[in-house]
Design a protein around this ligand. Structure first.
Ligand SMILES: [Zn+2]
Length: 213
């Protein structure tokens, strides 16, 4: 039976190694990205993925936010399990957890209140899960949603950096000083988008200012 389906063999062409590109295609070139897609385990899309990954995001802020969402930042609670108990470096609360840092801590909540302004469309909640749920199941306008994610990620990044600076005994900053850094970082990012000339982003800076007047 199998003799009826013999492959046509070209004896003139040399044998070559081919890389599998997808289900049906093979090619001579090796592509790291395509191979990675073929061999990695594809997980379902997380409901919070839009909160972390979006076009105007800053990769290093997104990365720290991703770690925070997965509760993988090395907070005092986590390093405590290895024998290095550590409290909150902002307020002295004995157990430094992700939920405490973002934003149940009086210091970071003061900062969050100031930098998020009225962007959330409701009074900011110090509870981590509530904040994340609000950002995940949002009903924001396009520009507001860009900014709310940007300021959320920037605040997380700057808080984490200040926390690490304090750990290394650098001079502590006041919430108002940190708020100015967050504000400037967000405005620099808005400026770098060239928003004024892009129809989809026009008004981005105005929305930011309106939320902080
Ligand atoms: Zn604290």
């Amino acid at each position: 039976m199998i003799e009826n389906h013999q492959m046509e063999v070209n004896h003139h062409a040399p044998d070559v190694v081919m890389w599998r590109k997808n289900e049906t295609e093979y090619c001579r070139q090796f592509f790291t990205a395509e191979t990675w897609q073929r061999i990695r385990i594809h997980g379902g899309l997380k409901e919070w993925s839009e909160v972390v990954w979006f076009q105007l995001g800053v990769p290093r802020f997104a990365f720290i936010t991703w770690l925070a969402i997965r509760n993988r930042l090395s907070t005092g609670e986590r390093t405590g399990a290895w024998g290095q108990p550590q409290g909150c470096l902002f307020c002295g609360e004995p157990n430094e957890t992700r939920d405490h840092l973002f934003f149940a801590c009086p210091y970071t909540y003061t900062l969050w209140l100031e930098v998020v302004g009225t962007l959330l469309g409701r009074p900011p909640d110090p509870d981590w899960e509530s904040t994340l749920e609000l950002l995940t199941t949002h009903s924001y306008g396009r520009l507001e949603y860009l900014l709310v994610r940007l300021v959320f990620q920037t605040a997380i990044y700057i808080i984490w950096r200040e926390r690490n600076d304090r750990k290394h005994l650098k001079k502590p900053k006041l919430p108002s000083q940190l708020a100015r850094i967050v504000d400037k970082t967000v405005r620099n990012r808005i400026t770098s988008t060239g928003y004024a000339t892009k129809p989809r982003l026009r008004g981005l800076m105005q929305v930011w200012f309106l939320a902080h007047t």
